[in-house]
Write a protein that binds this ligand. Sequence first.
Ligand code: ARG
Length: 466
Amino acid sequence: MTKEKMGSQKLWGGRFGEGTAASVEAFTASIHYDCRLYQYDIAGSKAHAAMLAANGVLSREELQAITEGLTAIEAEISAGTFQFRRELEDIHMNIEKALVERIGPAGAKLHSGRSRNDQIALDFKLYLRDQCDEVGSRLREIRRAFVLLARKYQGRIMPGYTHLQRAQPVLIAHHMLAYYEMFGRDLDRIIDCRKRLNLSPLGSAALAGTGLPIDREQVAETLGFAGVTANSMDSCGDRDFAIEFTSCCMMIQLHLSRLSEELVLWSSQEFDFVSISDQFCTGSSIMPQKKNPDIPELIRGKSGRVVGSLITLITVMKGLPLTYNRDLQEDKEPVFDAVDTVTACLAIMAELLGNLSFKTDRMFAATQKGCMTATDLADYLVLKNVPFRDAHGIVGRAVAYCLERGCELAELNLSELQGFSEVIGKDVFEVLSVEGSVNSRISKGGTGEERVEEALLAAEKQLGIG
Ligand code: ARG
């Protein structure tokens, strides 16, 4: 048997007497999805090679051949002409083998002082660092859409809900800025996640570090990392960064889903608060009159996949002994899917919001039913020295009276109102109007117009609008 036949064609084939079974190659390969990491793999290899040359492990000529070879391979992959080979398992092996075939022995020196275990951790971190930036800019985009809506409808009133029951009148702008805050926290989390993942694992090698003369800091610096990880064993088995990132995605998707739910409700004939542009709706194949809010529905539905991705990752990690285990190859697909889903949903939602119009008359009209200023009446009594619990009871009786008559609190006359409490005076009618109600709520973070205007100006300033 020739040496070639015995060892199979694998880069790790030396100790093997037989080639890998085709079924095993098919089962273990990840190249069909980790090919997505090629640019990061190549950037990492170039930085590693430059460091090896600086430390005398590679000659200048070898470094040049490696660098040029990797550049050519990258161009081929980008152009779609590179032949990925499943029997080479993953992106690392495909690129390394192509390099060796292209430049010969120098290529075979590239893997000195590293392992695929630190290499994949590096690639994945580089990829996720970029994705943090991508998701971050989509978050800025959607926040901007909320601020534009808030400005457009500033001063217009809608019902605010608890338990999906009309509760108290609020400004539309206040409602929009609630989402601005939610997506702001998402942005903070992504920025924080990026900070924590931005340490290079390369040079941790298989698990224990290496005896070869390497300079981990140099590689880290070349690749724009803030520093290097502290423990080689931790570095080869750590996927906290992937879990953290996917958890950020999950939270974003939850926020998108809540927003979607509101848009579905608001665009129903029952609410009829918004009109979603025709461009962002679809029709029914059987009911000619239908205009369906498919985009928010799909976004709401896609929450399942993002939450699922997070659960997948957590489950993969649970119970793994240190350090690298092949289980870790299962970490990439859920993350890729979460990235694709969240970025697509953020982008389309921002577009939809830019084409959304509120039916402000309908929204205001909805505030005129349901005794929405009942709390204001109770607060009025409190200011007249009635204990809040007593005030609550008094107003409750007034509401029951209105319900019986099918009228609103603001429609009662003074003597009817005084029948519930003699401290009520003429000035009560100010607090019974929804405008009066909204504008009284000037506590910090409240819906009073001046407070909302402050919040809006701050948001515009933060985003550089206006
Ligand atoms: N394809 C592998 C993964 O995604 C790369 C690391 C493989 N390391 C190993 N020792 N087999 O996890």
